[in-house]
Design a protein around this ligand. Sequence first.
Ligand code: HGY
Ligand code: MN
Ligand code: MN
Length: 432
Amino acid sequence: MTAVETDEAIHEGAGTVTRVLDPVAALAELAPIGRDEARGGWSRHLLDDADQKMREWFFNTAVSLGLDVEGDRNANQWAAWSPEGATGPAVGTGSHLDSVPGGGPLDGPLGVVSSLAAVSRLMDEGHRPTRPIRIANFAEEEGARFGVPCLGSQLLCGELAAERVGPLTDSAGVSASEVLREAGFDPQTIGADPSRLADLAMYVELHVEQGRQLAPLDAPVGLATGILAHGRWRVTITGRGDHAGATELDSRHDPMLVASSAIQAARARALLADPRTKARATVGKLQVVPGGSNAIASEVRLWLDARAEHDDEVRALVADVVADARKAARGEGCEIEVSEESFSTRVTFDVDLTDRLHAAISPHLGIVPRIPTGAGHDAGILAGYIPTAMLFVRNPDGVSHSPHEGASDDDIRAGVGALTDALRALTSPEHP
Ligand code: HGY
Ligand code: MN
Ligand code: MN
C-alpha cells in the first residue's frame, strides 16, 4: 500500500477529493532518506540533501492531500487545511523532520506524518472544521547542524535574536547565512514572525515517547505535563600540541586530560544533586585538534548538555561541572573557555488544553497517562506564547536519539487516531 491510499480511499465528499494517508506506509517512504551507514540510523540536518528530500516529501504529500503548502522566512514549512467555514486563528500541529546524527526514524517524523494522516482522516470523514488546521515542519529542531535547538520555532516566536543565527557555522565551517541563501532564503529577513504566530490559536504536537513511562502503564498514548529545563554549553580547552613519544610527562599541557575530568564531573555532579531535581548532564560530542593518535592534542572542544526540573538547578549543576573543569585546567596548565549555546526554560504545558485533549481521546483509548519529559520540543518553545500540549506514542524500550528508537505499528495508528480525535474536538463548534 502506498502512503496515500488511492482508489479505495478516494471519496467524493462535499465536492472535494480526499485521500487518507497511512502513517506506517508514509514512514516507510521516508526510511531511505538520510540513512547514515557510518553511524547507523538517520542523519538529516538543516537544509542538507537529506533534509531537502524530507521537505520535498512533505510538500508533495501535503499537496496530494489537497493542503495549501508554504514556507516561511525562517525555513519552517506549513501545510494548511482551511476549508469554507474555518475562520480565525488556526489549530497548529506538526513537529520536525530533521534528526540528530545517527538518530532514530520517529523523533520528529512521527509527529509530522501523524498530523498529515490525522487531517486526511478528518477530510475523509467530511469534518467541517470551525478553525483552519496548520501543520508545521519546524526547521533545525535538533540543532544538529548549527548548535541551536528549535531554531525555526524560536525564530518564529522571536525567542532567538535573528542576528545570532547568520554567523553560526556547521562542522564544515559553512555559515547559516550561506546555507539559508543557498536554499533560497534571505538571511536578512529571518526573525520574529508575529503575524504567523498570531494566526495560531493553540499548538498540539504528537511525538514518539523518549524514555520509558508508557510501557509499564500499558498505555499506547500519553499526554505531556512538561519539559525539564535544559541547555547546551560549548567548552574549549587549549593546551600545547606536541609529540606523544618525545614529550616528557612533566612538561605536558594536555587538553584531553582536562576534557576527561569535565566528562567525569558531568556524571559525578549530576549524581550528587538532589534526586528530586532530576539532574542529568551529558557530554556526547567531542572534537579533538589535531586528532592524531601519536600527537598530544592542542585543543579539545566538548559540548555539555545539562537538564533538571528547574532553571536554577540546571545552572547550579553546570556551575559545579565548570568549576571542576577549570580546576583540572589549572592543574594541567591549560586554558578553558565556556560559552552557553542554548538554554530552554522549564515548560509546563497548558492544563486546560491538555484536559480538552484528554476528554477527546480517552473515550477511544481508556487510560491516558500524563507524563513529564526530559526531551525538548518545538512545543516547548510555542508553550511560552500560545496554549500548547503534547501527545506521546509509546516507545517500548524508551530509547531515542539512536537507531534503536521505535514504536509498534498499532501504537503509531493509535497515535494518529488520538490526534484525529483531538483535532476534531478542537475544531468543532463546542470548542470555540
Ligand atoms: O535535545 C532534545 O531534548 C531534543 O531532542 N532536541
Ligand atoms: Mn530529538
Ligand atoms: Mn523531536
